[in-house]
Design a protein around this ligand. Structure first.
Ligand SMILES: [Zn+2]
Length: 169
């Protein structure tokens, strides 16, 4: 997935906080979680020299995010952390990232127990540049749809804020 991870986090945060309710921290958590697995691109480019596909790193292991998410929620609950919903949304965003990556690129859903990679659709290298191959494949339509959904939610939120009466006026 090329462009829709951050917008998907916005959609997740919007759906989680519901219409009109506040929850800026939840929105930020969902959006950061939706892109955080791709932080491994820094390692991929600057340390690994592009030798290993970044989907092989632990940051693209769904069971890693599931295990750390559940552990964080349990520990947070035991210690009485105040912002468990935001923590949950951060990890939900990371799992959403795994799901969306699976649409058109291989993700090893059961690693470290099984290294078989799953992908919904294989995008053929139809053009010399892999980015062009992805952008001209029909699966890119899903990305555009997610971006349009996020834009529509953002515009709706903006119009509600604009229409809401201001305090003290
Ligand atoms: Zn990714």
């Amino acid at each position: 997935m090329l462009i829709a991870h951050l917008p998907s986090g916005y959609v997740l945060g919007s759906l989680a906080r519901g219409p009109g309710r506040q929850g800026q921290d939840a929105m930020v958590a969902a959006m950061v979680g939706s892109v955080v697995p791709d932080i491994d691109m820094l390692y991929f480019h600057f340390v690994d020299g592009g030798h290993t596909h970044h989907h092989d790193y632990i940051t693209h292991w769904p069971l890693f995010w599931l295990a750390t998410g559940l552990t964080s929620l349990v520990v947070g609950r035991l210690l009485g952390w105040p912002n468990l919903p935001a923590i949950g949304l951060f990890f939900a965003g990371a799992m959403l990232h795994m799901l969306l990556d699976t649409v058109a690129s291989p993700i090893m859903w059961l690693v470290p127990f099984d290294r078989h990679a799953f992908e919904l659709v294989t995008v053929p290298a139809a053009y010399g540049n892999w980015v062009v191959s992805f952008m001209l494949h029909w699966t890119f339509g899903l990305e555009i749809l997610i971006c349009a959904w996020a834009l529509w939610l953002a515009l709706r939120q903006l119009s509600r804020r604009t229409a809401a009466p201001q305090n003290g006026t």
